[in-house]
Design a protein around this ligand. Structure first.
Ligand SMILES: Nc1nc2c(ncn2[C@@H]2O[C@H](COP(=O)(O)OP(=O)(O)O)[C@@H](O)[C@H]2O)c(=O)[nH]1
Ligand SMILES: [Mg+2]
Length: 298
């Protein structure tokens, strides 16, 4: 079950101006919304106001700001009950085109993102974290990169000149690099683990059944929407640190990721190659153990 707090269409048409230069009164009908930003959120109340205000500020100050005049933000919250709904209601009353979908019987990051994409009214859709690790100022460029020839856009942390925040923990870096290598046969994208990505509504609707229990939704969509290498626009961004609250990802994420990989390998290559690859892996592991490890240790 879920419910949606959406006073935005009524309020955003009010003739008022929001701090900065964003003016929601210039919004056109919500049915013509061209861009939607989807934000999965669990206990992120403290981050929502800075996120939404910075997003609309970024739209308003962009040289192609007219492209974003009817942009919307859709927050998909899993019943956090931490004041997030009240914050969104306050932002709506100030004129921001933001709404919150509160799911009361479902939990999980990927399914929240899928729900957001389904709810989105825009043709260009972007997903980002609530915690400001993904810079709102980069959002307009990512959205504008989407089009017929590039139906997928990826905010990448692995590009020349991009630096990870030096305080990002070493174990998270190692897991991220290892996970990236394991996904290489599935997609040529440089950072399919990124949670900062976008897809056109059209491609999303054509995608095969998305694994809502999966852990990395961008990877799932890249495979199941059959995005070719030249259909991916990559936009480098610097990955920051979470502003408020704590990471929701626990130690089970690696297991969930491996399960997702098995499903995607089967989806893309069928069961037989997967079994052969596993047998090969087993043979190599046995060889390494019997010829290299065992003689040294015993
Ligand atoms: N709706 C919903 N959002 C979630 C869930 N788990 C994580 N999120 C959100 O997904 C985004 C990424 O999670 P985060 O904890 O920042 O992961 P990290 O950046 O990898 O540490 C954040 O905006 C979270 O609030 C969930 O179960 N449901
Ligand atoms: Mg985060």
């Amino acid at each position: 079950m879920s419910y949606s707090v959406d006073m935005s269409t009524a309020k955003s048409r009010r003739n008022q101006s929001v701090a900065g230069s964003f003016d929601p009164s210039s919004s056109s009908s919500s049915t013509s919304t061209s861009c939607s930003v989807i934000v999965p959120a669990f206990r992120e109340n403290a981050n929502l106001r800075p996120l939404v205000t910075r997003l609309f500020q970024a739209f308003a100050s962009h040289p192609s700001s007219s492209e974003f005049k009817d942009a919307e933000v859709v927050i998909v919250d899993d019943n956090s009950r931490d004041g997030s709904e009240e914050t969104v209601a306050a932002l709506q009353s100030e004129g921001y085109n933001v709404r919150i979908v509160v799911r009361t019987t479902e939990r999980g990051l990927s399914s929240a993102v899928v729900r957001g994409f389904r709810e989105a009214r825009g043709q260009r859709m972007l997903c980002m974290d609530a915690d400001l690790q993904h810079p709102p100022e980069a959002v307009p460029s990512l959205l504008l990169a989407l089009g017929e020839s590039k139906p997928f856009v990826l905010g990448t942390r692995y590009a020349e000149g991009v630096e990870m925040d030096k305080d990002w923990p070493l174990h998270r870096r190692i897991i991220s690099s290892g996970a990236r290598m394991l996904a290489l046969p599935l997609t040529p994208a440089s950072d399919p683990m990124s949670g900062f990505f976008g897809i056109t509504k059209q491609k999303f609707e054509l995608a095969g059944p998305v694994n809502a229990q999966g852990f990395k939704i961008a990877l799932d969509l890249l495979v199941k929407a059959h995005i070719p290498a030249n259909g991916i626009a990559e936009v480098p961004f610097s990955f920051g640190l979470r502003q408020e609250g704590e990471s929701k990802l626990d130690s089970k994420v690696m297991i969930k990721y491996l399960e997702q990989l098995v499903e995607l390998y089967r989806y893309k290559f069928g069961t037989l190659p997967l079994v052969l690859a596993l047998v090969l892996l087993l043979v190599v592991a046995l060889y390494v153990w019997t010829t290299l490890v065992y003689p040294v240790l015993f």
